[in-house]
Design a protein around this ligand. Structure first.
Ligand SMILES: Nc1ncnc2c1ncn2[C@@H]1O[C@H](COP(=O)(O)OP(=O)(O)OP(=O)(O)O)[C@@H](O)[C@H]1O
Length: 245
């Protein structure tokens, strides 16, 4: 049994995680230390926003939690198989939306039968067909918003132990964002932990109950989403004033 007197079960444990990239430059190879000693524990039922300025390490940390980047140092443990739903998740541009729903579902571990059963729900959720029969056209004919919506819809079709969303919510229009917020809430209720990387503070406070603030690879703050976003906002405002002087 997962629950006990110690509270909800952990889904992700990051213990002093460091992640480095090796970059080949004109003058040889260079190390980029993108995540520096990040430690946190995520629990069942939490929705956690990752915030921080450009290049602070948010996407890198998500990729590491998803198992796509090995930590150079420290330890990372996740429950079940984490799914990363990124804006650049691997769907095939030359294949139709229809084929991508099937491939994306298989890639997430769904059976063909589960995919068949959920197919219409996925297409309806994405709203891709609202303006015509786009689902039978290749993905390359979609706008970036449409493609992001389809990715979100595929990933949201099943429940995940750990679901990671990289900016996907911010891409759709208002109606789609409402639907995705509702679905994220359902996914949380259905057990998993949701991570959301976003530059939109409102999306974070409306979707998440907790936030991690990264700056230059370091975890600056971890707490209730509203408090962390407020502290981050304060600093952005201060920096904005400074740069105007
Ligand atoms: N594939 C890569 N190879 C080398 N360096 C990388 C790579 N991806 C990211 N970096 C570097 O790692 C650091 C963190 O980048 P990351 O994309 O994780 O930040 P982020 O917080 O998600 O940024 P943004 O808000 O702009 O999306 C940056 O210094 C970036 O230049």
């Amino acid at each position: 049994m997962a629950e006990n007197h110690m509270g909800p079960a952990p889904t992700v444990i990051a213990d002093d995680v460091h992640i480095t990239y090796t970059v080949q430059g004109a003058s040889g190879s260079r190390e980029v230390h993108a995540v520096k000693g990040v430690t946190f524990v995520a629990h069942k039922g939490e929705a956690i926003g990752l915030i921080g300025s450009n290049g602070s390490g948010k996407s890198t940390l998500l990729k590491a939690v998803a198992g796509l980047l090995p930590p150079a140092r420290g330890r990372l443990w996740t429950r079940g198989r984490p799914s990363l739903l990124g804006v650049d998740a691997a769907l095939m541009n030359d294949l139709t939306g229809e084929r991508n729903v099937v491939l994306g579902g298989l890639a997430m571990g769904m059976t063909r039968r589960q995919i068949r059963e959920r197919y219409q729900q996925i297409v309806d959720f994405s709203g891709i067909d609202d303006k015509g029969d786009f689902i039978t056209l290749p993905m390359r004919t979609y706008s970036s918003g449409m493609a992001a919506r389809l990715r979100f819809s595929i990933a949201a079709a099943r429940t995940h132990d750990v679901l990671m969303i990289d900016e996907a919510l911010a891409t759709g229009d208002a109606a789609f964002q409402r639907r995705s917020r509702a679905r994220v809430a359902e996914l949380r209720a259905e057990a998993g932990t949701v991570f959301l990387v976003s530059h939109n503070n409102r999306t974070v406070t409306e979707t998440c109950d907790r936030a991690l603030w990264l700056e230059a690879g370091v975890l600056r703050m971890d707490g209730p989403a509203k408090e962390v976003v407020a502290a981050y906002d304060d600093e952005q405002t201060r920096k904005g004033r400074k740069s105007k002087k």
